[in-house]
Design a protein around this ligand. Sequence first.
Ligand code: SF4
Ligand code: SF4
Length: 401
Amino acid sequence: MGPLASQMFTYQRIRRAAGMLFHRAVFSQHLMTTDRPDRPLLLRIDINDLCNQLCTGCFYPKYASKGHRGHSMSLHDFEKIAAETFHLAYYVQLPFGFEPLMHPRFDRIVRIAARYNVPNTGVVTNGSLLLGKRAEAILETQAVTGLAISIDSTDPIRFRQLRGRDHVRLVMRNAETFIRARTDSRVRYPCVVANTIIMRSNMKELPKTLESIISLGVDEVQMFHIEPMDTSNPESAVHCPAEWNEAHERLGEVIRRNSKTRVYLPPPYEADDISKDGRSLQRHTQLSRRSSHETYETDAVPPGEPDSYPEGVFCVCPWMVAIINCWGDLMPCSHRNEPLGNVLNDGFEKAFNSNRHLRLRNNLVRGKLKGACALCTSKTPSSDPLRRRIVRAIDWQPAEA
Ligand code: SF4
Ligand code: SF4
């Protein structure tokens, strides 16, 4: 390198360092320290990038078709992440987007998680691998407080059509066996929830599906409209509001007959819900996403509850959500794909306070919505951790046998 090139190189390095120092000084008010006792984080971790189903509407079939070899986070990496983050989490969810039970050492993952006593740990699964060592680890450790099993149909043909695999009997059998084992072991956790997506293609048989799911002994059924639920999605109920309202009525009859099981059902459409401007659809969307728990009067945030939710901010995700993929990349929500840091390379505190993260927090506090934030209409739980935080703080009892 000649003297001029060397000078340029030094100048650029100094400039970059000065820029970073300037950023940190300006954004220092947005730094999040990790020695705090208030557990501000909703932590969603992908321990792998694999699934054994190919569901309609999921990103996974396309992802899998690109020939990914599949990666499972090592136990060492999971331990590192757990040690640095779990004391900060009020809720840890496995996974964010893939099938966690595909991890070859899922049982060990659960046993590692159990050491940290996170108040709420949720596992979302398609249920096809909920057996053997995996199920035993969940029941023995009592670390998983909530287990959500996705069941959109109990009809074998429809299930295959929606999920790309003939897994329905397997899933139903695993779920039933698991719930029975929980009862026999006289343990409290996990609360077993069935997640059912409402689509045009399964709408007619939803009452029958709900009856079958309830008969498994689940504690709760949560029914959600497919996303996106606007007219861009051919599977959305907005294309057939009358059909949804009729299904809603029939589902109501099933719920009344099975009053011991908590069931959340989005409301029927009202006349002005579907308008051209989409505003009233938005209202309906918000109503549709209200958790069933809100019917148990848990909507309010207790006054004085300590949290890191800045006053009046548009979105709390960059303060209260950490999504970590199986390579350690850190994202603040499901709508921003570009990582803001890497927790395995940099450590969590550094990644959670990267310049990109601080800039995003600064923009949101100042109401400057840029990039994905400018287009974001999300009302999902990941954009509203406080609601989830309160929701999960409530006590619950297993459904009576
Ligand atoms: S089971 Fe879940 S992750 Fe797998 S394809 Fe279906 S929706 Fe996607
Ligand atoms: S994209 Fe949406 S959810 Fe994500 S940080 Fe921005 S406003 Fe929040």
